[in-house]
Design a protein around this ligand. Structure first.
Ligand code: NAG
Ligand code: NAG
Ligand code: NAG
Ligand code: NAG
Length: 403
């Protein structure tokens, strides 16, 4: 298993190296010149280097495969517009909150909760990879996927299946992956380089400078909401989900057809009156020192849900009135509560699995998947296989009418 992974990894590294070498050779330049030349050319004169640094990676990407084509001149207006509205956090300057060192209940907490609390006040981090252009113009559906740096195979499978960017009857669909930084030291250098290449090829990565850990998923949520608030002026709907789910964009479009925008749409696999888990062994365990109420506000499972664009912006503002909570989907439920918006449950979202029994045939039934909007959980090979099945000439005995 390990050996196999290693081989894949090596192959990927080697092919990237090959691509770069070929491109560089074609241009008759040394690698350094190639990068520097690109960077200098793409840098707008008026912007500070810091905030622009990584934005170039996309500029490079757009000219990466086309060696000859001239880049369209940047218009004055768009530059000024970007300056007034862009990611405004450029440094990480956040130290541990020393206030807790004096508190007794803090000392009794598990280390991961201590870590969470010590840095809970660190609200926003700089962007390492940005793609403001993804939200420019009219975007009907923005698909955003929570991913981590090492899961490139999942991103690849999603790009080939439900994450394909396209236009359906004039409705533009765009896809972005949301990432933090590698949580393990040994992953950081190599995987970051791979991610940079991946981003040059596909241009669909947003990355922020915080550690990708389970408790930092809420950071990912608030960073994304802030991003939407800054960059997306004309976005109709957002699908946000995990990188290990099956999604049917055509069913989502069908579902959205009769939905009015600006009606605070928030729909998913909604849990009502869920209780915080107090068993320490559980992944979702929450000590009562952190949350002492008995039930959570209604919230939609983070595996996949849909909201309208205007609501996302309001959620960003609501999020800033709350302290971060370590479970991202519960946190979003808290934000909805602030806005007095109720998330709506829908049968087509199965983010907590289809049926409890993992061995049930239902879990592999393509006719079932065909009728759903989101199903948890499918890993790349299963996802590709199910996608093909669902889009084949499938004869389903009855239409599972959930839409
Ligand atoms: C940020 O960093 C600078 C210099 O490193 C320091 O002087 C300043 O106090 C820091 N600000 C905060 C809010 O920690
Ligand atoms: C620590 O406590 C002081 C005094 O109560 C407060 O002003 C400060 O904001 C606290 N620091 C953090 C990081 O919460
Ligand atoms: C979240 O990310 C920040 C910045 O990288 C890090 O300091 C912090 O320890 C992380 N928190 C957790 C709970 O992993
Ligand atoms: C699927 O069905 C269509 C129309 O019924 C037919 O033209 C096509 O050849 C079929 N494709 C396969 C792979 O069976």
């Amino acid at each position: 298993m390990f050996q196999w992974k290693k081989t894949i990894y090596k192959t990927v590294c080697l092919s990237f190296l090959l691509i770069i070498t070929v491109t560089v050779l074609q241009r008759g330049m040394a690698p350094n010149q190639f990068m520097q030349g690109q960077q200098q050319r793409e840098l707008p004169p008026s912007e500070p280097l810091k905030s622009q640094k990584r934005d170039n990676s996309f500029s490079i990407s757009s000219t990466f495969w086309k060696t000859k084509k001239e880049k369209a001149p940047v218009k004055e207006e768009s530059v000024t517009a970007k300056q007034t509205k862009s990611w405004d956090v450029t440094t990480t300057n956040c130290s541990a909150n020393q206030n807790f060192s004096k508190v007794d209940w803090f000392k009794g907490l598990e280390p991961n909760f201590q870590q969470f609390l010590l840095y809970r006040h660190c609200r926003y981090f700089p962007m390492l990879i940005n793609h403001p252009e993804k939200c420019s113009g009219d975007v009907y559906l923005l698909i955003v996927v929570k991913s981590i740096i090492t899961q490139h195979d999942r991103r690849e499978a999603i790009r080939r299946t439900w994450g394909q960017e396209k236009e359906v009857e004039g409705k533009r669909i765009r896809t972005l992956f949301l990432l933090g930084t590698a949580s393990k030291e040994e992953e950081r250098a190599n995987h970051q380089k791979l991610l940079d290449y991946e981003n040059r090829i596909y241009g669909d990565i947003l990355q922020w400078d915080f550690l990708d850990s389970f408790f930092n998923l809420t950071l990912k949520e608030v960073h994304f909401l802030k991003w939407v608030d800054i960059y997306c002026d004309n976005i109709h709907f957002i699908f946000k989900g995990d990188d290990d789910v099956f999604v049917s964009p055509s069913n989502i479009l069908e579902f959205l057809e009769d939905k009015k925008e600006g009606k605070d749409l928030f729909v998913g696999d909604v849990l009502y009156k869920a209780r915080p888990i107090r068993k320490k062994e559980n992944k979702y365990y929450i000590p009562s020192a952190l949350y002492n109420k008995n039930i959570y506000p209604p919230y939609a499972g983070g595996g996949g849900f849909i909201m309208d664009g205007a609501l996302a912006k309001r959620l960003h503002k609501a999020s800033e009135t709350l302290e971060l909570y370590p479970i991202d989907d519960v946190f979003l439920g808290m934000c909805l509560e602030v806005l007095k918006v109720s998330p709506v449950g829908h049968e087509g979202f199965k983010t907590f699995g289809i049926v409890k029994n993992k061995n049930s045939k239902m879990n592999k039934e393509p006719c079932f998947y065909r009728s759903m909007l989101v199903v948890h959980k499918l890993l790349p090979p299963e996802l590709l296989q199910m996608w093909d099945l669902v889009h084949s000439n499938l004869t389903c005995s009855r239409k599972l009418n959930v839409l």
